[in-house]
Design a protein around this ligand. Structure first.
Ligand code: NDP
Ligand code: OXD
Length: 312
């Protein structure tokens, strides 16, 4: 029985070593364009993948599960996958901790106006700005899943006034919740720092656009750590240029790497990071995958399985 590693990730040797330690009887095979390391296709029971070509996993008759190398599965869904083979998202405590750091860092950066103080230092200028009380700073998290809930809880622990928006209704201690299309306007109207942690699906594509941005209070900050497809780039640039949105922190883009000529790179109100909000670390993620393989071997379902209807 074998696992096929289907990604151009530089981390392949770390994955191989950790999985060999966790599951010594599992053969680790690496995808190459010529498929020359795959061996007998009938051996492949598991695939661990990022961004495969459409139809890439059709020829494996004993495939039991496709594991995503990331929390998002937009790189897999719609790519002509074998029917009836579960796709499993990565739900990894290491990934969650990384995202928590990214969100907290940028929320604090903007809440405390550290960009303005850095600019002051550049000009040898001693200038204090007023300080908003944490308890009155309203943060809004789009997506209250594994990553959104964690970030929301940590921000609430710092005593920010936190709200979250999800598809289904939720009750979460210390967090104001909104859900569905009907709840979006009220959520946006009270959000001074917007953090996007939604999956990219047909329902969420382009959700950060002129209409939604205009519902934020003037001077709001936008942090997108989810997928570039959530943002209508021109609409965001217009909102930044008009001053309605005061700053944006963008980790993800329609095209990655972000092309050198893209206006985000040089925009004075935009911070670009190269899809590093939280990187998959084999040291934590491979343990999660190994646990799921043990579950499958003992007749339990792996988790969390993507719902093909919703796409996440
Ligand atoms: P989850 O699937 O756990 O959570 C998704 C959340 O989004 C849920 O709360 C869900 O609502 C909500 N949601 C989905 N569709 C809608 C909709 N149409 N309307 C309102 N709410 C919706 O995902 P994770 O938290 O694990 O990850 C979120 C995303 O973060 C990933 O899909 C990935 O794209 C991105 N990511 C980015 C990284 C980076 O480095 N930049 C790293 C890791 C992840 P409900 O609870 O009702 O189902
Ligand atoms: C992910 C990502 O989805 O790295 O995990 O973007």
């Amino acid at each position: 029985m074998a696992l096929l590693f289907s990604s151009k990730s530089d981390d392949v040797d770390r994955w191989r070593d950790i999985l060999a330690r966790e599951l010594p009887d599992l053969d680790f095979r690496q995808w190459t364009p010529a498929l020359d390391d795959v061996g007998d296709p009938a051996d492949i029971e598991y695939v661990l993948a990022w961004g495969p070509k459409p139809g890439a996993f059709m020829g494996f008759p004993n495939l039991k599960c496709i594991f995503s190398l990331g929390a998002g599965v937009d790189h897999l869904i719609g790519r002509d996958l074998p029917p009836n083979v579960p796709v499993v998202r990565l739900m990894d405590p290491g990934l969650t901790r990384g995202m928590r750091e990214y969100v907290l860092y940028w929320v604090l950066h903007h809440h405390r106006r550290f960009a303005d103080y850095a600019e002051g230092q550049n000009k040898n200028r001693w200038q204090q700005y007023g300080q908003a009380d944490t308890r009155t700073r309203r943060i809004g998290i789009l997506g209250l899943g594994v990553l959104g809930l964690d970030a929301a809880a940590k921000l609430a622990a710092l005593e920010f006034d936190v709200a979250g928006w999800s598809r289904s209704p939720k009750e979460v201690d210390g967090i104001t919740t909104f859900h569905g299309k009907d709840g979006l306007t009220d959520f946006l109207c009270r959000t001074e720092i917007l953090v996007c942690l939604l999956p990219l699906t047909p329902d969420t594509a382009g959700i950060i656009n002129t209409e939604t941005l205009s519902q934020l209070p003037s001077g709001a900050v936008v942090i997108n750590a989810a997928r570039g497809g959530h943002v209508v780039d021109d609409d965001l640039i217009r909102a930044l240029d008009s001053g309605h949105v005061s700053a944006a922190v963008l980790d993800v883009f329609h095209t990655e790497p972000l092309p050198p000529e893209h206006p985000f790179w040089d925009h004075p109100k935009v911070t670009v990071t190269p899809h590093i909000a939280s990187l998959t670390m084999p040291e934590t993620a491979a343990l999660v995958v190994a646990d799921n393989i043990r579950r499958i071997r003992t007749g339990q379902p792996p988790e969390p399985i993507v719902d093909p209807e919703t796409g996440y």
